[in-house]
Design a protein around this ligand. Structure first.
Ligand code: SIN
Length: 525
């Protein structure tokens, strides 16, 4: 039995920001499934959006975020993100984070889709995430790391308060960790899809664990597909940052026709779902799609990671035509939290992509995710500092549920990923979603009381099935197209869905769905 005051699950930017701000006040432990550098944050190429230039304003950044999110975001939460974000980023610069600068020493601000002004801070060209994570890691002098253990279950006391987590190591041994506060920062769901820009460890674990512990999940149908992943031999291989289009790259098909012409006034810098949908439709017609980078000067210097990715796959930067296809990138929904990260389960918090802060609406504005991680990490640190240790946890709190019979999970992970891509992917329809939901139901997985006897590999499969099911159910219920959720049978936004959220909650092992309409919660099923 191991103890800490604050247990953080996950090691991306939100987790590290929280840990560095808290380490002088409370004993912080970070538990991560693989290595501490396995996270989407580490892989982030684009950067951090912040309204720090003198030509920019909080109001303009708020407006861009609201429009990109198709009016589904919560306006006051967005205002809070953008205004706190500016301060957090200025503090990071002050603390010595090495964002890229121009020759005159001022910060170099990049452009990305749906921003009306250059406001993206970046580091090492397209290595922003790596630089940020190394910067934050270096500051963690008092934080205890536990690597290669998968957190799989929240431990609660008799008052239903979360007081710790259980993990499994590679040998499938169960470990118990107790703490006053447990924070889920495990990232999103990208690995559930066959084409994905995400780290392969990002499979929705935190959402599944929180859901099974009674936390609400919201907006699960809103998934962002990034338009440009390198596409080789019918597989996506990694991200080609939107910053490349921000530098002037064009999208063209193999006949040399620019595919964004006439589609949107912002052409290649239109909101991501529009660009992703256009590439998808072009590819459905049998056309290959390329990102033409021939007009970009000093490409290799500006984009060292993308250059390396292309070289690894024998794609010539000099010839300048990079084959691309869209893939799953970001989950706008997630674990419902308040403005500091508290879920509806006492003692359980969520931050980063695992959480739904309602700032991204139906489609996240480029480079707002690292910003969100930094802001919510900071806010939760302030909150936990103010409450301190809430109680002394002891091993006598641990509940002992009777282990169930161990079952195997009768599906291949690859089949689930392919089906998520084909049936709950870029363009959805009732027919496809029904088919997929039926397939998931046929797998006949009920909610499982205790996962202790299961192997890590089987828990992972179960979590993938569970989160995939919640996404599919929500996608079927939302009978409109809005942002990242595109329905061919309901191609327009519908007024009746305006600011309406689908909520999933597990009550006494029953999966329930609610709607939250301007704070009026209605039971659906
Ligand atoms: C990108 O570099 O295109 C991704 C950045 C983001 O997801 O905001």
């Amino acid at each position: 039995m191991k103890k800490a005051d604050v247990i953080i699950i996950g090691s991306g930017i939100a987790a590290l920001q929280l840990a560095r701000r808290l380490q002088d006040f409370l004993h912080v432990m970070i538990i991560t499934k693989k290595n501490r550098f396995n996270s989407n944050s580490y892989m982030a190429q684009g950067g951090v959006a912040a309204a720090i230039s003198s030509d920019d304003s909080i109001d303009l950044h708020v407006k861009d975020t609201i429009i990109a999110g198709n009016e589904h975001g919560n306006h006051s939460a967005i205002y809070g993100l953008v205004s706190d974000g500016k301060k957090v980023v200025q503090q990071l610069v002050h603390d010595g984070m090495n964002f890229d600068r121009k020759e005159d020493g001022s910060l170099s601000l990049g452009m990305e889709g749906a921003h009306s002004i250059q406001r993206i801070l970046h580091a090492g060209g397209d290595q922003t995430g790596k630089h940020l994570i190394h910067f934050l890691m270096k500051t963690l002098t008092k934080v205890q790391f536990v690597e290669n253990e998968m957190a799989f279950s929240v431990i609660k006391d008799k008052e239903d308060r979360c007081i710790g987590v259980k993990t499994k190591d590679a040998q499938n041994r169960v470990h118990h960790y107790l703490g006053s506060h447990v924070v889920i920062a495990t990232g999103g769901i990208g690995g559930l899809y066959a084409a994905s820009s995400n780290d392969s460890t990002v499979l929705g674990d935190g959402m599944a664990m929180a859901y099974l512990a009674g936390a609400r999940l919201i907006d699960m149908e809103f998934i962002q597909f990034h338009p440009t992943l390198l596409y080789i031999n019918r597989e996506t291989k990694g991200l080609i940052s939107e910053a490349v289009r921000g530098e002037g790259a064009h999208l063209m098909n193999h006949h040399g026709r620019r595919i964004m012409d006439g589609v949107h006034p912002q052409l290649e810098l239109a909101p991501r779902h529009i660009v992703a949908q256009q590439i998808f439709l072009e590819r459905q017609k049998g056309n290959e799609v390329f990102l033409d980078i021939r007009t970009i000067k000093d490409f290799q210097e500006k984009f060292p990671s993308i250059t390396q990715l292309c070289q690894e796959h024998a794609i010539s930067i000099e010839e300048g035509l990079l084959p691309v296809s869209p893939g799953c990138h970001f989950m706008m929904g997630g674990i419902a939290i308040d403005e500091v990260g508290q879920t509806n389960v006492k003692g359980l918090f969520a931050i980063g992509e695992a959480a739904c802060t309602t700032v991204h609406g139906a489609n996240r504005l480029a480079s707002n995710s690292l910003l969100e991680g930094l802001v919510f990490g900071e806010r939760l640190a302030d909150y936990l500092k103010s409450v301190g240790k809430t109680h002394e946890v002891t091993s006598s709190y641990i509940e002992t549920k009777k282990p169930q019979e161990v079952r195997r999970f009768p599906f291949r992970v690859e089949a689930l990923k392919e089906n998520m891509m084909n049936y709950v992917g870029i363009i959805r329809s009732e027919e496809k979603l029904q088919q997929h939901n039926h397939w998931l139901q046929e797998l006949n997985q009920e909610l499982i009381d205790t996962l202790d006897p299961f192997k890590q590999e089987d828990i992972q499969k179960y979590f993938m099935w569970l989160v995939g099911s919640l996404i599919s159910k929500a996608a079927l219920l939302r009978t409109e197209s809005r942002g990242g959720h595109i329905r061919s049978d309901f191609p327009e936004e519908q007024q009746e869905w305006y600011q309406k959220r689908i909520i999933h909650e597990c009550e006494n092992n029953v999966m329930r769905v609610y709607f939250d309409e301007q704070n009026q919660i209605k039971i659906y099923a």
